[in-house]
Structure formats: C-alpha cells, structure tokens
Design a protein around this ligand. Structure first.
Ligand SMILES: [Zn+2]
Length: 116
C-alpha cells in the first residue's frame, strides 16, 4: 500500500471528509465559511498531495492509505472508535451509548455465568 508522502493539513482533511460524505463544494464553503473558489483551491491541494486525478480518486486513495476510515457506530467497536478519535462516545447520537450499555450488560452477565 502506497502512503502519500505529504500529510494533509487539518483543513484539507476536513474538506476531504466532507467530499467523501457527498457534500457539494457550495455546501462545504457555506459550512466552513469560505468561498466556493476557496474550497476549490483546497480541493486542488488535496489532489496534488494525494497524487489523485479527481475528487473520487482522492477519496479512494485516502481510504486505501488509511487517511479516511469507515466510521462505525452503534456497538462496542463504534464506542471505542470515538475514544480513539478523542471524542466523547456518550455524546454520540448514532447509537453508540446504547450499544455500549448492551455490550456491558452482556459482559456482566457472562462474568456472572462464569462465576456460577
Ligand atoms: Zn457513535
């Protein structure tokens, strides 16, 4: 697996995540309070850094290189992924707290069974 030689800046990574999530440049510009032209120039920097020929290619390469990761929610692994990203997993609104509670209950019951 080839790794890009140059790291993306936090801003470039943010834009790339939004492109991967299907946002238009206009949406990205409005969210980040920059012009569409500004988004375009960040987009070009991303292509150069990743050696990509298009936005779709950049997203593909970024997943391959592990720069972008599939986000998982709703279970213990999703909960742990939040912690690794430095986020508060209990604040997740996509089911991670519920999944983690279910996981902990299941673990507790298993321990009880093993002790019995
Ligand atoms: Zn989550």
């Amino acid at each position: 697996m080839s790794r890009p030689t140059r790291e993306l800046s936090a801003r470039q990574l943010d834009v790339l995540k939004r492109i991967a999530a299907g946002q238009s440049w206009a949406q990205i510009g409005s969210d980040l309070d920059i012009t569409v032209g500004g988004v375009g120039s960040i987009g070009k920097q991303i292509l150069v850094k990743l050696g990509a020929s298009s936005s779709a290619h950049a997203v593909h390469l970024a997943y391959q290189a592990g720069i972008l990761r599939r986000e998982r929610h709703g279970d213990h692994a999703g909960f742990v992924a939040h912690v690794r990203r430095g986020e508060d997993p209990w604040a997740c609104e996509q089911g991670c707290p519920e999944g983690e509670r279910a996981y902990r209950t299941q673990r507790r019951n298993q321990r009880k069974e093993n002790a019995a």
